[in-house]
Design a protein around this ligand. Structure first.
Ligand code: ASP
Length: 340
C-alpha cells in the first residue's frame, strides 16, 4: 500500500469509528441528546396522570409534589385524572404513552394488586414502566358514616356478622387500596359486604359523610380532615404504629384485628423506554420535592411523610414493586377474588 493510500484508509477507519460512537451514544440516550430531545428535557409541559378522581388521596399527594418538582425541572406539571377500574385505566394509558418523559404516572399499592385481580390486564407492571422512585407510605383508616351504630372495631365486626350482605362498603374499584383493605377485612372476619365502587375515594368519602354508604377504608391523606372535624366515625388505623396526627385512633392490632395491616405505598412511573437521563432528571426532582419543608409539613398534617431519600430511586422502587407483587398475589389467590 502506498503512503497516500495508507493515510486514506486510516482516515476512513477513523471516520467509521466516530460514526459508530455517535450511533452508540444516541442509542443509549447518551451524548447531548439533541437527536431525541433528552438532553434538553423538559421542553414542554409534563402530564402527571392520577388514575383516580380529583380530590382523593392519590390526587392530593400528586399535587403536593408536583409544584416543587416543576420548579426543579423548570417546566409546568399538569395533573390529569384518568379514572376507572381501580386505577388500571390510567395506568394502562401511561404504559402506552410515548416514552419521552412528558407522561408520568402516580400510582400506589394498586400497581401490585391488579395483576392478581384482573384476567386481562393491559400492562405488565415490571416490564411496561420505568420506575422513577417511591414517594410516600400512607396509613389507612377504617371509617364509617357518623350515625353508623358500631362504636369500636370489635362492635363493627359483630355488627357486620349480624347483618351479612346488608352492610355497604365503599371502595375505589377492584385493585384500589380501599378494595384491598376491604378484602382483608372480609377475609379476617369471614363476612360478605355489599361493595359500592367509585372512581376514587374522594367521591366515596363525600357519600360517606352524606350517609349514602356505611363504611370504607381509606388513606389518612383523605380521611384526616373529616375524622378531626367529627364528620365520620373512625375505628382504627391499619399500620403497626399509631399515627401522630390522629393520636386517639387505635391500631387494628390494638383494636383486635391484627390481620388487617396495610400501608399504601406510592411511586412515580414513566413508560418503558423513556431515556435513562430523563428518568434521572425526574428522580432528582422527586428527591428535591420530598425534601421540601412545605411538603413534609403538609404530609405530616395528613398522617404521612415522604420516603427516605434512598427510597426515592428507581432501584428501591423496583425492589418494592417486585416484593409487593409476590405478597399480594398470594393473599388474593388465597381469598379467591378475581375481576371479570
Ligand atoms: N384511595 C383510593 C384507593 O382506594 C384511590 C384514590 O382515590 O386516590 O386506592
Amino acid at each position: 500500500m502506498t503512503t497516500t493510500r495508507h493515510r486514506a484508509a486510516v482516515r476512513m477507519i477513523a471516520a467509521i469509528g466516530a460514526l459508530s460512537l455517535l450511533a452508540a451514544c444516541s442509542d443509549s440516550g447518551g451524548g447531548d441528546g439533541s437527536g431525541d430531545g433528552a438532553g434538553n428535557y423538559p421542553e414542554q409541559n409534563i402530564t402527571f396522570v392520577v388514575p383516580f378522581s380529583a380530590g382523593g388521596p392519590t390526587d392530593t399527594v400528586t399535587r403536593m409534589i408536583a409544584e416543587p418538582m416543576a420548579a426543579k425541572l423548570g417546566a409546568k406539571i399538569v395533573v390529569q385524572n384518568v379514572e376507572g377500574a381501580g386505577g388500571t385505566v390510567g395506568a394502562g394509558e401511561v404504559a402506552r404513552a410515548r416514552p419521552d418523559g412528558y407522561t408520568v404516572l402516580m400510582h400506589h399499592i394498586g400497581m401490585s394488586t391488579a395483576p392478581a385481580l384482573y384476567r386481562n390486564l393491559a400492562y405488565k407492571p415490571l416490564e411496561d414502566f420505568e420506575m422513577v422512585g417511591l414517594v410516600t407510605d400512607v396509613p389507612m383508616t377504617i371509617v364509617a358514616r357518623k350515625d353508623f351504630p358500631p362504636t369500636t372495631l370489635q362492635d363493627l365486626v359483630t355488627y357486620v356478622k349480624a347483618n351479612t350482605n346488608k352492610v355497604t362498603l365503599a371502595n375505589a374499584g377492584i385493585g384500589a387500596a380501599s378494595h384491598l383493605c376491604g378484602l382483608l377485612f372480609q377475609t379476617a372476619t369471614g363476612v360478605k359486604l355489599q361493595e359500592v365502587p367509585y372512581q376514587g375515594t374522594g367521591p366515596a368519602l363525600t357519600d360517606l359523610v352524606g350517609g349514602q354508604v356505611d363504611f370504607m377504608c381509606d388513606q389518612t391523606t383523605n380521611t384526616s380532615g373529616q375524622i378531626s372535624a367529627g364528620k365520620v366515625k373512625a375505628y382504627a388505623v391499619t399500620t403497626p404504629e399509631r399515627v401522630k396526627s390522629l393520636p386517639d385512633l387505635p391500631t387494628t392490632t390494638e383494636a383486635g384485628l391484627p390481620q388487617l395491616q396495610v400501608g399504601v405505598w406510592h411511586g412515580l412511573y414513566a413508560p418503558a423506554g423513556t431515556p435513562q437521563e430523563v428518568v434521572q432528571k425526574l428522580t432528582e426532582a422527586l428527591k428535591v420535592a420530598l425534601a421540601d419543608q412545605r411538603v413534609i409539613d403538609q404530609m405530616a398534617k395528613l398522617g404521612t411523610a415522604p420516603v427516605p431519600a434512598k427510597d426515592a430511586t428507581p432501584e428501591a422502587h423496583r425492589a418494592r414493586l417486585e416484593e409487593q407483587l409476590g405478597t399480594w398475589a398470594k393473599v388474593i389467590a388465597d381469598a379467591g377474588v378475581k375481576a371479570s
